[in-house]
Design a binder for this molecule. Structure first.
Ligand code: NAP
Ligand code: COA
Length: 273
């Protein structure tokens, strides 16, 4: 293992070989939070397949992740809205690595717009990526790998739907449905050794989500409203995922863990008022 692998694990409280011999399939793994999750899983021994629509972005990310962790990483383009492309990506993952043990559903779309200004297709687009995409990937991974071998599915959610979040009606509805799916699939697939869990991040600094959804002039105000007085970091969400994917969480299924520094408790639309 290269010395850079140590850097990727630096500060980790988890055992280095936690996921040795395991393979992770991460949608949205070429950027932002899910790239960070992939790096953390790899830094603890997993090989990984990352997917999104842009092969170019995936190739660059896969190369960098392999370099920093010393593990293998393959980028495979697919659109989570298209089950055939999802199945092809899983086939490629299985041909390359022989197994898939961990599935992270992180691919998502979002933008700010009032309900009255959304086209029908705009609403459908976000729900198709977040909700149908999560089902498509979970179902294909179940059929092709998890049904036989067990594993963990981690659905990346949000806290938008705990109260009501203006200007994000499709994403809030989509993530509410994802949380529901987390519970139902946990119930249906638990006996097969499959745990289905979720992580609901609050605002995470340096991500597309925050850049796109939190206007610059409101960032400082938002941070003052968060009980821990700062936004989250990508590595903090990654650590929650490492825990949930590990045997330390063997009793946890159907649950979505909020990791937001108390943000949603403090205000349903942090920064927006
Ligand atoms: P991001 O970097 O934009 O991640 C979204 C990813 O999804 C991108 O890699 C994108 O890649 C991929 N994607 C989009 N549409 C796709 C499709 N149809 N098929 C396959 N891949 C697709 O944003 P992020 O902020 O890190 O968000 C990551 C996750 O965390 C999301 O689930 C988001 O809802 C959640 N979250 C984020 C925050 C935050 O503060 N950032 C807060 C709460 C929840 P391509 O464009 O190349 O396809
Ligand atoms: N406000 C209102 N409507 C919007 C919009 C905005 N900011 N952005 C896109 N739309 C509408 C489009 O007009 C289109 O509707 P129409 O056909 O009726 O005109 C519909 O949404 C689909 O847009 P399109 O650009 O064709 O979709 P896409 O599949 O190429 O992209 C998005 C999906 C729109 C979600 C795009 O923002 C994206 O790719 N996001 C990924 C990254 C991301 O959102 N990260 C943050 C995660 S929290």
């Amino acid at each position: 293992m290269s010395s850079l692998a140590g850097a990727a694990r630096a500060g980790s409280v988890f055992r280095d070989d936690l996921f040795e011999g395991k393979v992770a399939f991460v949608t949205g793994g070429g950027s932002g939070i899910c790239r960070g999750i992939t790096e953390a899983l790899m830094a603890h021994g997993a090989d990984a397949v990352i997917t999104s629509r842009s092969q170019e972005r995936l190739d660059a990310a896969a190369g960098a992740l392999a370099e920093t962790t010393g593990r293998r990483c393959l980028g495979v383009a697919c659109d989570v809205r298209e089950p055939e492309t999802v199945e092809q990506a899983l086939d490629t993952a299985l041909e390359t690595f022989g197994r898939v043990d961990i599935v992270v559903n992180g691919a998502a779309g979002n933008f700010l717009a009032p309900a009255a200004q959304l086209s029908y297709n705009a609403f459908r687009t976000v729900v198709s990526i977040d909700t149908l995409g999560t089902y498509n990937v979970s179902r294909a991974a179940f059929d092709k790998a998890l049904r036989a071998g067990g594993g963990v599915i981690v659905n990346i959610s949000a806290t938008l739907h705990y109260g009501a979040t203006p200007l994000q009606p499709p994403a809030a509805a989509a993530k509410a449905a994802v949380d529901s799916m987390t519970r139902t699939l946990a119930l249906e697939w638990g006996a097969l050794g499959i745990r289905v869990v979720g992580v609901a991040p609050g605002p995470i600094a340096g991500t597309e989500g925050v850049d796109r959804l939190l206007p610059k002039h409101l960032k400082e105000k938002a941070e003052k409203q968060i009980p821990i007085r700062r936004m989250g970091r990508i590595d903090e969400i990654a650590s929650v995922c490492v825990f949930l994917c590990s045997d330390a969480a063997s009793l946890v299924t159907g649950e979505t863990v909020v990791a937001d520094g108390g943000a949603w408790l403090a205000g349903r639309s942090i920064g927006m008022e």
